[in-house]
Design a protein around this ligand. Structure first.
Ligand code: NAD
Ligand code: MG
Length: 381
């Protein structure tokens, strides 16, 4: 029996992780955490019977305690709750499916306690990769990627000598606005941005996919996970989302992982690595597919990707500012407070305004986050 905890169990990755638990009787859920969706959390608790549950707000936790008073369950709240969950004695694997930098502290606590991390929460690696990766190495804790591209890269490196990698070829769908120019993006609505052509995901990452910020975050995530410098990570638009990423070796061989766009595969792979388990679902029909096409990303229009390369080249606290400014801008866009293209303006402004701290501590990362938020609060039109 493998005992798992999930940060963000009510979200897109969280609910799909629970689907994997449903079809594998040797997985047991011991802890769940979420933001505010009390009714879904109550259903999950009654089905999976964890011993610990955390809601971000104390108000939600209070409501949940009343609803689950008949169960032997501990309900906590806030960062203290997340940190308690992260080190829960019997938990072996923590699935980090929470969205945003809020995942940094719990992820670090879990690594310190020796828990295996199945990592979906890319913002954590983007901002604190320089702390997390060495710590995981020191504690001999595996960080198993859940992000589909990174899982594909990980699978393409199985059994290979990592020193012989020459390039990571990170694929991108191009998002819903692929082919459009800046002029045609001015009046993009929230509804337009939430229509991803191939993947069904949470709202924030779906907007990130439409700006190519998501691909930018993934370049930085790949740098930390695989120790490859950004100039050796090439983004390739592959609109059908069939090739989930590739690795080129020094002899010119390219290894790739292909599949239908379904996050359940990378989630299940992380949970059972190095084993593979059977899984239902659609298979690629290559006759029906006919062709797989490739394009260069349009980084002039979709500046999310070029800004991410700038951020990681500068390094230190700059990726944090890139990420934090994006988190806040996307939230403003989703709340219809700013227009689509202002997301880029605000990220760029916050980055230009930032005084870089080299090798930032967790506290300095959180200070850079606050400064980016403050910059946006006082500079949005
Ligand atoms: P989502 O918005 O669907 O779900 C986020 C989850 O986190 C929810 O359960 C929410 O309640 C919880 N949460 C948010 N704030 C919280 C807080 N302060 N305390 C406790 N819980 C909190 O997001 P998602 O699409 O599942 O994405 C989760 C992470 O996985 C993100 O980092 C995303 O970039 C990454 N990811 C997602 C996908 C995907 O297909 N959805 C693919 C690759 C990577
Ligand atoms: Mg991805």
């Amino acid at each position: 029996m493998k005992k798992i905890g999930i940060l963000g169990s009510t979200g897109s990755i969280g609910t799909q992780t629970l689907d994997i638990v449903r079809s594998n009787s040797d997985l047991q859920v011991v802890a769940l955490a979420a933001g505010s969706n009390v009714s879904l959390m109550e259903k999950q608790i009654r089905e999976f019977k964890p011993k610990l549950c955390v809601m971000w707000s104390e108000e939600a936790a209070r409501e949940l305690r009343i609803k689950t008073a008949d169960l032997p369950l501990q309900v906590l709240s806030g960062m203290e709750g997340l940190l308690t969950l992260a080190v829960l004695e019997e938990m072996e694997v923590l699935v980090t499916a929470i969205v945003g930098m809020i995942g940094i502290k719990p992820t670090i606590a879990a690594i310190e306690a020796g828990k295996t991390i199945a990592l979906a929460n890319k913002e954590t690696l983007v901002t604190a990769g320089h702390i997390i990766m060495p710590l995981a190495a020191e504690k001999k804790v595996p960080i198993l990627p859940v992000d589909s591209e990174h899982s594909a890269i990980f699978q393409s490196m199985n059994g290979e000598n990592k020193k012989r990698v020459s390039k990571i070829l990170l694929t991108a769908s191009g998002g819903p606005f692929r082919g459009r120019k800046k002029e045609e993006l001015k009046d993009i609505t929230v509804e337009d941005a939430l229509k991803h052509p191939n993947w069904s995901m949470g709202r924030k990452i779906t907007v990130d996919s439409s700006t190519l910020v998501n691909k930018g975050l993934e370049v930085i995530e790949a740098k930390w996970l695989f120790g490859v410098e950004p100039e050796n990570i090439q983004v390739i638009v592959q609109p059908q989302s069939i090739i989930h990423s590739m690795v080129e070796y020094e002899d010119g061989a390219v290894m790739a992982q292909l599949g239908t766009p379904d996050m359940k595969l990378p989630i299940q792979y992380a949970l059972f690595y190095p084993d593979r388990r059977p899984m239902d679902g659609k298979r690629i029909d290559f006759y029906e597919l006919g062709s797989i096409t490739f394009e260069k990303p349009d980084t002039e229009t979709f500046k999310g990707l070029s800004m991410a390369y700038d951020a990681i080249r500068v390094g230190g606290s700059m990726p944090t500012v890139f990420n934090a400014a994006n988190e806040m801008s996307v939230s403003l866009f989703l709340n219809r407070k700013i227009k689509f293209l202002e997301i880029y303006d605000l990220i760029q402004g916050a980055m230009e305004n930032h005084k870089v701290v080299a090798n930032p501590s967790v506290e300095e990362i959180l200070e850079a986050e606050t400064a980016a938020y403050e910059f946006i609060r006082s500079n949005r039109k």
